[in-house]
Design a protein around this ligand. Structure first.
Ligand code: SF4
Length: 201
């Protein structure tokens, strides 16, 4: 049964759950596992309004957290404007750093380059690179934009780096070493950081 866990705690951090929608259908997506995150049901009965997110942040003492993650059980930047409104609220009322975990398709969804709007509001953008080329990306991520989704994501990363202090492209450590090295070079070419994440089931 869907709940309204708009804000949740996980491993000492505070997360904001804005949407269950996504432009991808990644084969590894936790939305397709029965347990949710740490047993928390993150299926939303409907998408929360910005004022509901702010209220949920208040109820969860958001000012005591050094970092707040805009994440979701879906792709948070499907709701780019709402996400930015929430970031503005957090910035205006706390010293928390803000990280957004995203698939990097926000500009394609919006129909224009949204990256300048993140300036001053977002401290870190973490983007899942997932694969070393477009065909493999689409094989794993089953993107609604097909292989274009890979190039959209790289373009978003490059452009975001002009406005956000830290942009990271990441892969999971299950990839072969040679693939990881190619991904590392892709991140370098984009002018952003690279991170290898530990796989967790
Ligand atoms: S991009 Fe993220 S939310 Fe979307 S399907 Fe992939 S893992 Fe799930």
């Amino acid at each position: 049964m869907a709940a309204m866990n708009i804000v949740y705690h996980y491993q000492g951090k505070l997360y904001v759950n804005l949407t269950n929608r996504c432009t991808n259908r990644c084969k590894f997506c936790i939305r397709y596992t029965p347990s949710g995150v740490d047993g928390i049901d993150l299926w939303l009965e409907r998408e929360p309004r910005a004022d509901e997110v702010k209220k949920a942040l208040e109820e969860n003492d958001f000012t005591k957290y050094p970092e707040i993650v805009i994440c979701g059980y879906g792709e948070p930047l499907m709701r780019f404007e709402t996400a930015m409104e929430v970031c503005r609220y957090i910035k205006d009322n706390s010293t928390a750093k803000i990280r957004i975990n995203t698939n990097g398709h926000a500009s394609r969804v919006a129909g224009f380059d949204v990256t300048p709007k993140m300036e001053g509001l977002v401290d870190t953008v973490s983007i899942s690179l997932n694969a070393k080329n477009a065909a493999e990306y689409n094989e794993i991520c089953v993107c609604q934009f097909g292989e274009d989704g890979f190039y959209e994501m790289l373009d978003f990363a490059k452009k975001a780096a002009k406005y956000v202090p830290e942009v990271v492209l990441s892969v999971v450590d299950v990839l072969p070493e040679e693939d990881i090295e190619q991904c590392r070079r892709i991140a370098e070419d984009c002018g952003v950081k690279f991170r290898v994440r530990e796989y967790s089931e």
